[in-house]
Design a protein around this ligand. Structure first.
Ligand SMILES: [Zn+2]
Length: 464
């Protein structure tokens, strides 16, 4: 288990020359916080007090709605071509081989680096879609929550906000065929899973900021009966599921259940604003309408979707229906908020041969529309609220306005530049729940966490 040496801070006060609030950009804002790192008050157009912590331009952090932290360690290992062609399913073979090797210590070391990178790159919270439950051959650990504990420890050490989503995965596919050896450590039955969910809740019970949800892996990996059993365990928290990532999976769903996955879920489960449909890449127009109406969130992961060759999410059709959207780093092939938002917009431009697709009639800044959407939708998917406002965690991301990319810009121009054109480390400082955890672009525990990661990864890659 990692332990933290980040000192607990007392209440504080901040002064920001420019800050993005839920109501828009504000000037000369003084923000006071409680001892627990919660925002007490925000005053604009005021003056700084002598002891205020000062920053030039501050934006709120955004939730990373979908991560498999361990996959950070295999980033780059699946970029070699195979003779018979590559796709998501051949990538998955590499992932199984890598996942089988990981010890609990390895997972904690990899997750800690992934979370450091998230905090340094604009994310304040992670939705960890956690399915690595057992040892490599599927034998059970003495503590059923051993691996979940390691995820919680990495989150605690780095101070990233955690929405922990234990995953139920019971079968290889719709036809219930033989399990791949690489899947043995994911598989649980519903009784085991119920115990795991309880254990996860106990694990984070001392941290009111942590949220525990449930995640039936996908319609191919759980039966309809198991899905309904998982939903009963949800206890009002978030519900996340992979849906319509791959056309093959959609076709199999239609063959076995009669309709495409998103439509089936909306027809057969009480889908509401607690739901996050991860990917939703291959949804139909009808599904876009149903999904938007349900209040559920699409968890788009455009960098991973590009890397895996999944396809392009129909952003415009979904936005037109006022669909809610968050972004996630999924495979962690790259980690960065700006990277995800840029990839989401660029995929649309490439497909449609037009520019500024996400911008709407009311807000013309593409960056601002994407940033706000991912902020609001991300918080909904995480079971939290978003933005710099009283009652919210004091999560502040200070941009380096001296950086050559940003130096001449303000407001939405600055946000557009941050997302589409920033070079180098443009995030200078980050406060999470009032604690100054990124200074001059680096997480305060980066050196130790990176050293542990290097040792872990070299040994793992040598063992493959
Ligand atoms: Zn995923």
């Amino acid at each position: 288990m990692g332990t933290s040496s980040i000192s607990e801070v007392s209440g504080g006060s901040f002064f920001f020359r420019r800050v993005l609030l839920p109501t828009g950009w504000a000037q000369d804002a003084r923000v006071t916080t409680t001892r627990d790192g919660v925002i007490r008050d925000v005053q604009c157009n005021t003056v700084a007090a002598p002891d205020d912590t000062k920053a030039d331009t501050v934006i709120p952090g955004i939730a990373n709605v979908h991560s498999h932290a361990f996959q950070r360690g295999m980033a780059g290992l699946a970029e070699k071509a195979r003779r018979n062609g590559d796709n998501f399913w051949t990538w998955r073979e590499v992932m199984f081989r890598f996942a089988t090797k990981l010890t609990p210590d390895d997972v904690e070391a990899i997750a800690a680096l992934a979370y450091v990178e998230m905090l340094e790159r604009g994310f304040n919270r992670v939705g960890e879609f956690h399915y690595l439950h057992h040892s490599g051959d599927g034998s059970r650990y003495a503590d059923p929550a051993e691996m979940a504990k390691r995820i919680a420890a990495a989150a605690h050490e780095t101070r990233i906000g955690l929405t922990l989503l234990p995953v139920l995965y019971t079968r290889a596919g719709f036809d219930g065929g033989a399990l791949h050896p690489g899947q043995m450590r994911f598989i649980s039955d519903i009784e085991e899973f119920a115990r795991l969910v309880d254990a996860c809740r106990r694990l984070v019970s001392s941290n009111p900021e942590c949220v525990v949800g449930v995640a039936p892996h996908s319609l191919r990996a759980v039966t309809p009966g198991e899905l309904h059993a998982v939903l009963k365990l949800g206890a009002g928290g978030p519900i996340h599921i992979h849906a319509a990532e791959q056309q093959l999976e959609v076709d199999e769903c239609i063959a076995h259940l009669g309709t495409a996955p998103v439509e089936w879920l909306i027809d057969n489960a009480d889908v509401d604003d607690r739901w996050c449909f991860v990917h939703a890449t291959h949804i139909t127009e009808t599904e876009a309408v149903l999904l938007a109406r349900s209040g559920g969130v699409v968890g788009a992961c455009p960098v991973t979707e590009a890397n895996l060759g999944d396809g392009i999410f129909p952003l415009e059709a979904y936005q037109t229906r006022k669909g809610v959207l968050g972004v996630g780093t999924d495979s962690n092939i790259m980690i960065g908020l700006a990277d995800e938002l840029r990839a989401l917009e660029y995929s649309q431009r490439l497909a449609q041969e037009r520019r500024n697709i996400a911008a709407d009639g009311a807000v013309l800044s593409t960056g601002r529309v994407l940033f706000n959407a991912a902020g609001e939708g991300g918080a909904r998917a995480m079971g939290t609220r978003w933005g710099i406002a009283a009652g919210q965690p004091a999560d502040f991301v200070a941009l380096d306005t001296e950086n050559e990319s940003l130096c001449a810009f303000e407001g939405d121009d600055l946000l557009d530049t941050f997302i589409f054109s920033s070079r180098g480390r443009v995030i200078k400082d980050v406060w999470r729940a009032g604690q100054h955890i990124v200074k001059d672009g680096s997480h305060i525990h980066r050196a130790a966490i990176a050293a542990r990661y290097r040792k872990t990864l070299k040994a793992l890659v040598a063992s493959l």
